[in-house]
Design a protein around this ligand. Structure first.
Ligand SMILES: [Zn+2]
Length: 289
């Protein structure tokens, strides 16, 4: 069944677990993640990232995500991931997504608040939930951060979310979910991520009860790292890179060992099988049992 983040967080808080948010830019990924969630009997979030628009438009994959969410045996939220432009947010609304992320984290603090606050007021009237982000997260290469295309040296602790800023941010914007920075990296990690889950605990203490904390960039994080983040208050974990690349070596091997040309339906099915397997491994950790 299709739900918002509010419903997802209510149960996750009660059960002290986190819900995986998986990017599903292909039909195969949608089927893999839904099958994984049903098999694990856990709620799940299907994400569409603005950054994936170059190869799948939300108008194409969104209705597929929504259809699979509605007929799933478990609660499923369809959510826009890293919505940056207002036009992208409105496209997600028109497609019928019950939830969006409005990422103004590269803007100055006050501007981030003003933008998110304005959109949350509209979204709540439509019964939708909104995720925002506070603090910066480096892309790809540890030691650098992509701010306006320039490369800046940083120490992980320079980028951590400030708890007092988070408290005022949630109070003013009324956001439903908040992505915070405590040492994770988007994409594949180059050096071991240095997590500080005390940051999570400190933020959790000062924000409203209904707000769910979000961890982006789980790449390279150990199961113990995830569990510590969850035990300190993380309720949504974005997960994509490892799942998306999980089928590659199996498909390459299958093609290499085949006697004849391999039909794409075989490749597609292998993609589903190994993405599902990988998503289930992640869900097992996120369920925190
Ligand atoms: Zn992210």
């Amino acid at each position: 069944m299709l739900v918002t983040l509010a419903e997802i967080f209510k149960d996750a808080k009660k059960g002290n677990y986190a819900v995986g948010a998986f990017n599903t830019p292909t039909f195969e990924a949608v089927r893999a993640v839904i099958a994984a969630a049903e098999e694990m009997n856990c709620p799940v979030i299907l994400d569409h990232a603005e950054g994936h628009e170059w190869f799948t438009k939300i108008e194409d994959i969104g209705p597929v995500m929504l259809e699979y969410a509605k007929k799933a045996k478990v609660p499923v939220c369809c959510h826009l991931d890293h919505g940056v432009s207002p036009s992208m947010l409105w496209r997600a609304v028109r497609v019928g997504f019950p939830s969006v992320m409005y990422d103004c984290s590269v803007m100055p603090y006050e501007e981030n608040i003003a933008n998110v606050k304005e959109f949350v007021a509209l979204a709540h009237k439509m019964g939708m939930t909104v995720e925002a982000e506070l603090g910066k997260m480096p892309n790809k290469e540890a030691g650098t951060v992509d701010a306006d295309g320039s490369v800046v040296e940083y120490k992980p602790e320079d980028l951590y979310t400030d708890p007092s800023e988070a408290a005022r941010f949630c109070e003013e914007t009324k956001c439903d979910a908040l992505a915070i920075s405590f040492g994770t990296v988007h994409g594949f990690y180059r050096t071991k991520p240095k997590l500080d889950t005390n940051v999570v605990a400190e933020v959790q203490k000062v924000i409203p009860e209904n707000v769910g904390l979000v961890m982006h960039g789980g790449s390279g994080v150990s199961p113990e790292g995830f569990k510590s983040a969850i035990n300190n208050g993380i309720r949504k974990i974005n997960y994509y890179t490892y799942m998306a690349t999980a089928p590659s070596k199996h498909i390459a091997e299958h093609i290499k060992n085949a006697d004849d040309l391999v039909g794409f339906q075989i490749i597609s099915n292998l993609g589903i099988k190994y993405m599902q397997e990988n998503a289930m491994e992640a869900m097992k950790v996120f369920m925190n049992k």
